[in-house]
Design a protein around this ligand. Structure first.
Ligand code: SIN
Length: 186
């Protein structure tokens, strides 16, 4: 998927709390019809092949909303995305999404409010069937896997906690992330 002009990138996982990319501006954003889920194995960042961690992907859910951060990239977008393709190579591919910018974070869409600015953007999506797809599991099982896993980018538990903290700072509600963070030791 080629970058749009201007190029907006939507982050909903580590790209919220550790973008590590140059950007022109960033704005809280939401995508409709998607839910954040810890349904992707990480064997290269937050786990290892013999003890994978769990990281987030987007599950299609007609009535849900996923909050994240939108980054507007400069004219070097293609190079930045090429670098991100390497960082996200554990099963993610680029997907085009409609982003709603500068909305009232944490609030449900309000028909009486002014229409949010909508832009086309890119996000990294790990579809079911990719080689690292983990899929759903009971929360206790996910928490046990997260608590055990660590990889070159740090512990899997820190990934969950950092994401939870970043979402709270945004004012975004995510019960799946919050419930998992609450189950982690320490
Ligand atoms: C993202 O952050 O948007 C993609 C998933 C991840 O790298 O955690």
């Amino acid at each position: 998927m080629a970058p749009t002009d201007p190029c907006w990138l939507f982050g909903y996982g580590s790209l919220i709390f550790r973008p590590a990319i140059p950007f022109v501006e960033r704005r809280p954003a939401r995508v409709r019809g998607w839910t954040r889920r810890f349904w992707q194995w990480s064997t290269d960042h937050r786990g290892e092949p013999w003890r994978p961690g769990r990281v987030v992907t987007l599950a299609p859910t007609p009535d849900d909303i996923c909050w994240g951060m939108a980054y507007r990239l400069d004219e070097a977008a293609e190079t930045i995305l090429a670098d991100l393709d390497i960082r996200e190579r554990g099963g993610y591919i680029r997907m085009e999404v409609e982003l709603e910018l500068d909305v009232s974070v944490g609030k449900a869409p309000d028909a009486s409010a002014a229409a949010p600015q909508t832009v086309l953007g890119l996000t990294y999506q790990a579809w079911p069937g990719n080689r690292n797809y983990a899929g759903p599991a009971p929360l206790a099982e996910i928490a046990a896997q997260v608590a055990e896993a660590t990889g070159p980018s740090g512990t899997n538990a820190d990934y969950v906690r950092d994401l939870h903290t970043a979402l709270e700072a945004l004012g975004a509600q995510d019960t799946h992330v919050a419930a998992l963070a609450a189950r982690l030791p320490g």
